[in-house]
Design a protein. Structure first.
Length: 221
């Protein structure tokens, strides 16, 4: 497995998004958190801002949709040019149909699980996905502390992926920093969303490199 670092712009300076994107040009992905103030109690950005970011980003964009009715809205993010689109198990009505539609449109399909949603509940969906996302905070706000209770869930997710022999990425999202990324890598995650840890650093690019090195050293052989 190779480590991938995905800085989230949720805690970046939204008045200077173009500059903020350039600060992490050495990362693997740029992570955009789309929130609708219904599925989660926060409102962030939508398609117009996403399209603007896509025009400026040197990185492929990973769109995380924390919204109601992703069956209706998610395909538009793939059509806009997002290279990966993640929807939530708790919100989707027809996950297989949606995953196939995202892939048809040229995007990777990701499925996210809130902390209380068991991994085994979506085990049969894994062959339809490109990425499984384990939320390690309750979704909705950046800067929350990591929930250590999710480590067992990450391990279980990796077990299920290995059992199927899949090349499925396992992303963790929430509270990822230099003090938590090693635990997540040891548990089996290989894609890491980091927001506050990166954008609060004086040198965001250096922090991306630091997180990548910490995680790579801890990945299971």
């Amino acid at each position: 497995m190779d480590v991938q670092i995905c800085p989230s712009i949720l805690t970046a300076d939204f008045a200077a998004l173009g500059e903020q994107v350039q600060r992490v040009s050495n990362a693997d992905w740029l992570h955009l958190d789309i929130m609708d103030n219904h599925f989660v109690p926060n409102l962030t950005i939508g398609l117009p801002v996403v399209r603007s970011v896509l025009r400026r980003s040197p990185l492929p964009v990973d769109a995380h949709l924390m919204i109601e009715d992703p069956d209706r809205w998610a395909p538009a993010y793939a059509e806009a040019g997002c290279a990966s689109v993640t929807f939530h198990a708790e919100a989707v009505k027809a996950p297989i149909r949606l995953a196939r539609e995202l892939r048809r449109l040229g995007s990777r399909a990701g499925l996210a699980l809130n902390p209380a949603t068991p991994v085994d509940s979506v085990a049969d969906l894994l062959p339809e996905l490109d990425m499984l996302v384990v939320m390690t905070v309750e979704p909705g706000f950046g800067g929350q502390p990591f929930l250590p209770t999710c480590l067992g869930k990450i391990r279980r997710a990796r077990e299920l992926i290995r059992a199927r022999g899949q090349q499925l990425w396992l992303q963790v999202d929430g509270g990822i920093s230099a003090s938590t990324i090693e635990q997540c890598a040891e548990a089996g995650a290989d894609v890491f969303v980091a927001g506050s840890a990166v954008y609060s650093a004086a040198d965001a690019a250096a922090e991306v490199d630091r997180l990548r090195a910490l995680a790579q050293a801890c990945l299971p052989v």
